[in-house]
Every structure is written in structure tokens, then in C-alpha cells.
Design a protein around this ligand. Structure first.
Ligand code: GLA
Length: 733
């Protein structure tokens, strides 16, 4: 049992070998946060949290006027009860009051964890992996019961949390805010790292010092977004990749979110995260329940690499669900950058044949195969095959691709509709659109109202008919615009605040149905590249297209930044043509591949159009990747040099037994006359001798302490005649 309970003091100490998380009842009955950090002795009863009032302008909430919430660290703070910081939840009651006060009532502890109905969440493979504490708090006036769920994981330095609201009265109440977590820290000596960007440059890490006042990131786009990822790291000022304390907070949710750090003038830091409360209203009638999404809270004392590694293993083992869980991912060839929507069956088969010759395993037909889809003005919503392009349908094409010796995969964008589509003409009320207002388009399309079950149902049946009649082993699920005019047509005013969240629940429900019907399918999520790359999506689709930007130089930054919060096996990464479609930059094929191999790996070009020399390179890359993909995708990743800081970036993967490692160094610009650069490696066995690219034999300790130079490469790097080059080193013990 990883939870020590002090019944008399009403304290609960959740612990594993790495962390301790102590909570307990405060003087007025609210649940307080007593300690979160490195594992401490579980027999310690934590005192001193009951701060004294006796300060002008502080409001005391106990009869002896000795206790003020203003100075307390709380677990799930309320609005209006003496704590003036941002609350974790708000409940509008039938009399108009929003004041609440949750008081500890009871607890239960059990092995394992429970699924959250309708939402993605981490899960146990066997009950012994985790222990869950449920704390039930009650507001006797509002007649609402809130259960706080805490799961402590045995093998990971991780706690997962969420909250659940239940109306135990007879009057309706309205939740106007229901966050997933609040973490109150006694000091604010932290930096905050957010992962920000836009289309084509997703998830760049950006460090900001935590200061007095409020800082936050959010999405109001209806999806988690490329602009701010729902993942934040709080780290101590001296923490770097290799040492120091940090916490990662990852929201398992794909819709509007908000993450906020608030520092008051007593120097306390409050961190909150969850569904964006902006324009969120959720009515709860008698007996009804609302569950918040889950947060994954990772803790380390050993630097950001350790934090990420912990998260990677956890997501691979306890979040991703798929027959491809912990399995090497197929090397795929996608036709999008080769043909866009201009193709016919013969053109597709020619590309697939060449892919087979190169050694790829899966061919993916991207956008343009359905409805009147010859350009992006039409067709979305009409999920039946365009027989002008594919006379034998998807069934026939899949069969022909299989006959070539490849698996077959298909692109869909099920949440969208073009005004020029049969679906929209039949159901103009099935889109999100506000009465008497412009229906804002994005890529000439509108967003289907997935808050309505009948809409999800229609799309489900259309897709079912395609998927069930063809041999499809992979689906790329795209989503190419944000939500505007968020209004569900024909729905009563008091329910409009539910639409954003119901939308994403609709998306999850469609995933769930398709996964149930077609459990063998490998799903890859996508949103104009990496616009919905989050832990929620990974529960359904174990890989996600990182970015539409396939330029190798850009991809180093995108994939490096993504690796802070997400595993390599989740990152869709392809080699595309040179010069690159998005940036016009030229790079050698091997340099492009050296970067894509830190991902699920594939190709996104017409291999008929590359030179013989490049085709030979591609064949070798595929042989190489087939041998080493298990290491890239599931080995321990170390970020060594950041592309955001230097001209040279490097990272490496190490096998579990430490006998095999691959290091890639990447240099943006050629610099003349720089001498030999070295990079100190990580994670090797210091006593083992490694051969580097089958040449030099070097001890692990030397490689980690002194470093790896350009030895092992065919030529010293400073003689390389190009910008945007890379070197790969294979280390075998
Ligand atoms: C999005 C995706 C691309 C491609 C196109 C097709 O932009 O990110 O990979 O599938 O849509 O329209």
C-alpha cells in the first residue's frame, strides 16, 4: 500500500520511491496540501500548515480567529470562502450564490484506478501498479459532493488526479468552473516552461520566470492547439536537463484548456489546470455527475531528461491503448506531399509499388479520395469514394495495395464539412454556427456539431461502411480548423455553455466506437499537423502527426520540443522531398532521415521522382530503421544539446540493458575552422566498452565524462561542405 493514513489527524501520505504527496484536513475542514516533493519519511505527520491569522485585512475562518485560508495551501479551493486566489471550481446555485465551501467527509482507498466515463485517462494493466485515494468533500448548502481522485503509481514518479462532482440535492446547480487540479506551493522560486507555437512550428519550449501576479496559457480554439500545448513544466531555477527539481503537469484532454500560475503577496504559488472555464457551464440536476479530465503530475529531482523519460514510459505503458502499444511502428509512405488531391488509381499504385521496392510496409492514401474532393472547397462530410479517381473504390484500391505487399491506410477528417457537400445541403443545422451571424470558414470548411449525438452517429455510419468493406490497417484522423461561432443550433440557451466540452466528448465517443469495431487499426491523430497533439488523443491514437512542416531543420526543433512531454513512439515523422515544400530548404536525404528516425518514421514523397542515388539511400535507411526502430521508439531518450540554444543539436537513445545506443548530432550552419566538437553522452554503462560506428572502442565513462567527438564519422565534421548536416553514431557494447 503506497498510502499511509493517519486517521486521527486525517492526513494521507501518498508515496513511492521517488515522491511524497501529503494532504490532510485543515482547521475548518477543507482539504489542504501539506507536502509535495521528493519522497520523505511516510511516518511524518505534517504540522505547521495551519497558519495564523492575526493580520489586518486577512479574514479568519475559525471561531478563535486564528486560521485564515489566505495563507493556506489547499487542494481544491473554493470561491468566496476566504481564499482570494483563483478557485479550482465554481458552482452557481439556484438562489444565485456562487459561494461554496467543501468540507472533508470521508475517504476510500483501493488498488488500481477507475476509468473516467467518456474521457481518456491513464489505466492500470494490473491493480498492483497503482493505489487510488478518493477523498469525498461535501458542501452542505449547495448540496454538492466532490470526490477528489489521487492515484499514486508504483513504478513512476507520477500522481494522477481528477475531480468528480455530484448533485446530492434536489435543485439544479450549474458548474461554471471545474478544473482538474490545484497545486499550492509554499514558495515561488520556479521557472515555468510552456510549449508554444503555431502551424509549422509546434511545441517550442519557452521558459518564463514565475513572478508575483498571474501568468497563464490557454486554448479557446475548441482543440488543444499548436499555439499552447496542454503541458507545463515548473522547475527550480538551477534545474537543467541533467539535474534539479521539476514537475510536469500534463492534461489528458484535447479541448479548450487553461493552465495558470498565481503568486500572491505572501509568496505562495498556486498552479491550476483543467478545462478552460471561459464560456463553460455545466448544469447538474439531482443525482447527476460531472467528471473533470485527468492530469498527469510528474515529479523529478534529477533534471528534465529524467522527467521526460518517466512520462514517456508511463504514457507508453499506461495511457496508449492499441495493438501497437510498445510495438515498433510500421514504416509508412504517405502520398500527400507527392500528389495532394490530384491522383487516380494508377498514380497511387505507382507510388505504392516504388515504396514496396524501397522496403516500406504501409501505404497511406491521404486527402482527396471521397465525395467531390478535387480541391479543398468540397467534399468533406461525404464519406463515400470518388469513383472518378478510384473506380474500384477503397475496397479495390486496398486490395491492389495489399497485392503489392503493403498494408493499406486511409485519411479521414470526420469532424468537418464543406458547404459544398451533400451532407451540408441536407443538414445545414448540423454545423456549429450562431444565429444570424457569419459562418466563418477555415480552409473553406465548417465544424460539425459533435455535441449532437445524431451528427456523430451519421459520420460513424458513413465511416463504418468504408472501413468495414476494405482491408484498412491504419487511419489518419485529421482536423483542420479551429471552432468559431460556438453555438449548437436549436439547443436551449442554458445548454450553450456545454458545447465546447460536449464537442470533444463527441470526438472521443466516435474514436471509442471505431476502436471497438476495428481494434486492429493503428490510428494517427492530426490537426493541420500538430494542432491537437495531447495526452487525451494518445489514449485513442497512439501516434500523432507532429507537424505539416517536414523540413529536417525545422523538425529537429519540433520533435525536440515535443519530446519534453510526449514519447518518441507518439511522434509522426516523415522524410519528405528536398527542397522542402514548406521552407524551400535543401537537405541531404540521410540528414532528413537521421531526424525522422526519432519518431514513427515514414516517407511523404513520390519515390519515383528521386534520383537513383537518393533511392539507394532510402533503401538503406529503411533497412537501418527496421533494425533499430525498437531502440528509437522505446529506448531511453536523452536530450543532450538544444537546437534552441546552439548551432549544434544532439540527442541519443539508449537500450534498457545499456548495450546499444544511437547518438545523432545535427548542425544548422557550417562554421569554418572550429576544431573538433565533443558532446558528453548520457545513460551508458560506465564500465562497458563501446565500439563507435564499428571503429573506435571507448569506455562508457570516457564517453560520458570526456565526450564523443567527431571520431567515428567518415570525416571530421568541420570539413563537411554543407549547412544542415547531421552525424549518426551507433554505439555497441
Ligand atoms: C492537413 C494534414 C496534412 C494533410 C492535409 C490534407 O494539413 O496535416 O498532413 O493530411 O491536411 O488535406
Amino acid at each position: 500500500m503506497a498510502i499511509k493514513i493517519f486517521e486521527k489527524e486525517k492526513q494521507f501520505h501518498l508515496y513511492n520511491s521517488k515522491l511524497s504527496y501529503v494532504i490532510g484536513e485543515c482547521r475548518d475542514g477543507e482539504v489542504g496540501q501539506l507536502y509535495f516533493g521528493k519522497r520523505i519519511n511516510e511516518n511524518q505527520i505534517v504540522y505547521g500548515y495551519q497558519t495564523l491569522a492575526g493580520r489586518p485585512l486577512c479574514c479568519a475562518v475559525t471561531e478563535d480567529e486564528n486560521y485564515t485560508k489566505e495563507l493556506a495551501c489547499l487542494e481544491y479551493p473554493a470561491f468566496g470562502n476566504g481564499d482570494f486566489r483563483g478557485p479550482a471550481y465554481e458552482i452557481r446555485q439556484s438562489n444565485g450564490s456562487r459561494v461554496t465551501n467543501l468540507v472533508y467527509d470521508r475517504y476510500q482507498v483501493y488498488e488500481g484506478n477507475k476509468p473516467i466515463p467518456g474521457l481518456p485517462a491513464s489505466y492500470v494493466n494490473t491493480d498492483s501498479e497503482a493505489t487510488t485515494l478518493e477523498i469525498v468533500c461535501v458542501d452542505e448548502v449547495a448540496k454538492v459532493e466532490v470526490t477528489l481522485f489521487y492515484t499514486i503509481w508504483e513504478d513512476y514518479s507520477i500522481i494522477t488526479r481528477h475531480a468528480s462532482f455530484k448533485n446530492i440535492g434536489s435543485d439544479e446547480v450549474k458548474l461554471t468552473k471545474a478544473l482538474s487540479c490545484c497545486l499550492d506551493f509554499p514558495d515561488y522560486e520556479y521557472d515555468w516552461i510552456q510549449f508554444e507555437g503555431a502551424w509549422g512550428r509546434e511545441r517550442y519550449p519557452h521558459v518564463r520566470p514565475v513572478e508575483k501576479g498571474i501568468m497563464s496559457i490557454e486554448s479557446m480554439r475548441g482543440h488543444s492547439s499548436a499555439n499552447f500545448n496542454p503541458f507545463v513544466i515548473l522547475k527550480r531555477k538551477n534545474t537543467d536537463e541533467f539535474q534539479g527539481e521539476a514537475m510536469g503537469i500534463n492534461l489528458v484532454y484535447s479541448g479548450n484548456f487553461a493552465a495558470k500560475a498565481e503568486v500572491d503577496n505572501y509568496g505562495k504559488l498556486r498552479f491550476t489546470m483543467g478545462i478552460n472555464p471561459n464560456w463553460f457551464v455545466w448544469p447538474l440536476n439531482s443525482g447527476e455527475v460531472f467528471d473533470t479530465p485527468e492530469v498527469i503530475i510528474t515529479y523529478t529531482k534529477n533534471g528534465l531528461n529524467d522527467l521526460s523519460q518517466n512520462l514517456h514510459k508511463f504514457m507508453n505503458n499506461n495511457l496508449v491503448r492499441s495493438p501497437y502499444k510498445n510495438k515498433p511502428r510500421p514504416i509508412l509512405l504517405n502520398n500527400w506531399e507527392a500528389t495532394e488531391m490530384e491522383f487516380d488509381e494508377e498514380k497511387i499504385l505507382k507510388i505504392a509499388r516504388k515504396g514496396k521496392e524501397a522496403g516500406v510496409e504501409l501505404f497511406v492514401l491521404d486527402d482527396g479520395w471521397f465525395g467531390k474532393r478535387d480541391d479543398d472547397y468540397a467534399g468533406l462530410g461525404d464519406w463515400f469514394v470518388n469513383t472518378n479517381k478510384l473506380p474500384d473504390g477503397i475496397t479495390g484500391l486496398a486490395k491492389k495495395v495489399n497485392e503489392i505487399g503493403l498494408d493499406f491506410g486511409l485519411w479521414i477528417e470526420p469532424e468537418m464539412v464543406n458547404p459544398d457537400s451533400d451532407l451540408y445541403r441536407a443538414h445545414p443545422d448540423w454545423v456549429l454556427a450562431a444565429p444570424d451571424r457569419r459562418r466563418t470558414l477555415g480552409r473553406h470548411q465548417m465544424v460539425l456539431d459533435y455535441s449532437k449525438p445524431e451528427v456523430v452517429d451519421n459520420i460513424y455510419h458513413q465511416l463504418y461502411d468504408v472501413i468495414s468493406t476494405a482491408n484498412i490497417s491504419y487511419i489518419k484522423w485529421d482536423m483542420n480548423r479551429s471552432i468559431t461561432e460556438c453555438f449548437s443550433q436549436g439547443v436551449a440557451p442554458e445548454y450553450q455553455g456545454m458545447v465546447y466540452h460536449k464537442y470533444i466528448l463527441g470526438v472521443y465517443s466516435l474514436y471509442e466506437r471505431l476502436i471497438k469495431d476495428f481494434p486492429h487499426i493503428l490510428f494517427e491523430s492530426c490537426a493541420s499537423g500538430g494542432g491537437r497533439f495531447d495526452a487525451g488523443m494518445l489514449y485513442y491514437a497512439p501516434q500523432a502527426w507532429c507537424s505539416d512542416d517536414t523540413d529536417g531543420h525545422e523538425r529537429v526543433k519540433i520533435q525536440y520540443g515535443t519530446s519534453y512531454g510526449y514519447p518518441i513512439a507518439s511522434m509522426g515523422a516523415h522524410v519528405s522531398k528536398s527542397p522542402n515544400n514548406q521552407t524551400g530548404r535543401s537537405m541531404d536525404a540521410d540528414d532528413r532521415a537521421n531526424i525522422a528516425c526519432f519518431g514513427t518514421f515514414g516517407y511523404e514523397l513520390d519515390l519515383n521522382e528521386v534520383s537513383e542515388e537518393e533511392f539507394a539511400q532510402v533503401k538503406k535507411q529503411i533497412v537501418f530503421m527496421k533494425e533499430y526502430r525498437g531502440l528509437f521508439q522505446y529506448g531511453t531518450l536523452y536530450r543532450l544539446q538544444s537546437p534552441f540554444e546552439k548551432n549544434t543539436a544532439s540527442w541519443m537513445v539508449v537500450s534498457e540493458d545499456k548495450k546499444l545506443a544511437i547518438v545523432v548530432m545535427y548542425k544548422s550552419l557550417k562554421t569554418p575552422n572550429v576544431g573538433m566538437e565533443t558532446i558528453r553522452l548520457q545513460g551508458l554503462d560506465e564500465k562497458l566498452v563501446y565500439t563507435v560506428n564499428d571503429k573506435e572502442k571507448i569506455y562508457g565513462d570516457f564517453l560520458m565524462e570526456r565526450g564523443l567527438g567527431t571520431m567515428g564519422s567518415d570525416e571530421p565534421w568541420y570539413l563537411s561542405d554543407a549547412d544542415f548536416t547531421s552525424r549518426m553514431f551507433i554505439l555497441k557494447a
